[in-house]
Design a protein around this ligand. Sequence first.
Ligand SMILES: Cc1ncc(COP(=O)(O)O)c(C=O)c1O
Length: 389
Amino acid sequence: MIDGRLACRLNPNRIATPAFVVDLGLLEDNCRILDQVRQRTGCKILLALKCFAMYATFPLLRQYLDGICASSPYEARLGREEFQREVHAFAAAFSESDIRALAKTCDHLVFNSFAQFERFGPLAKQVAEQAGNILHFGLRINPEHSEGTVPMYDPCSPGSRLGIRREHFLSDRIGTVKGLHWHNLCEQDADCLQRTVAAVENAFGDVLPRMDYVNFGGGHHITRADYDRELLVDIINTFQQRWQVQVYLEPGEAVALNTGYLVATVLDIIQADMPIAIMDASVPAHMPDVLEMPYRPHIIGSSLPGEQPYTCRIGGLSCLAGDVAGEYSFPRPLEVGQQLVFTDMAIYTMVKTNTFNGVKLPDIVTWDPDSEQCKVVKTFGYTDFKQRL
Ligand SMILES: Cc1ncc(COP(=O)(O)O)c(C=O)c1O
């Protein structure tokens, strides 16, 4: 399906590589799905910049979304300057200088502990007032309800440092706090949210009536074809009615899922236990989640090893022995100069790239389905590499 769509939309051979290419038509399709959830519930949806912060797309995204959520002063500033809608910020802990910056750029500041809220709340209020900014406070709770199985990606794992557990939640000290926030999902469906909401209602039922808004975090795979959006709409409507609060969602992946590609060129083909194609991209530098998660990214036109006549391994150009995307089969042998198109490369890629080994950062490119044109919105050079060192 993805292969077919891209094949008729984009001719990768016209692109200088390596390059991230985001299809604006596919991005808008996702936005329309999210907008339907907004229209049917009145909930607000924020883009999680940690996942996708390609601000060339913000004029499109802000037609459908309510704002952004940030994890740092830099993301909050980018959201304020470029998205120009609501800005929410949360981090496991803030420093005083973080607070001084965030108080000017945020609408909502979410603390991870009562200690941070009580230490920095008054300062944040003062800085915001001086800047003429209206700032609201929220607290992140830990629902102590896991839906994930991998502790690395489970904010509710037993030892998690994220969110205030019920036994440490000081109901008599919430003061000016008007929002609760949690995040416990990762690429999950609405039934996981349903069970989480039940856990929160069970543990925090005395706190919810005192809130104006509740943020269900990210990890909702809303734009995936088989996601149960009817159930999501039902959960949000029921929750808002029961507790008389504004619900927020802050997905990252769902916004840009399956909308971007990493296009690379084969530089050489060497022989080991099987042919290995070396490309002008690097797995740890350009798609680090492939190694961190880990997962095997799809390449357009490829299948699992052995399924098509020619099987090879695809590797990157860095020194890391494990700079390998995986093993793939193709209808015919790969050739030097041939381009490879990796799918679903908009999310958690551009925001995570690095210049390990001094490798060139991929260009950032948009594909406009109306004009059928690619536009290079950013290229990177030696200065970008040098400036960080
Ligand atoms: C607090 C918070 N909000 C939102 C997100 C976005 O999640 P996703 O991109 O899976 O939707 C994350 C991801 O880690 C997160 O930690």
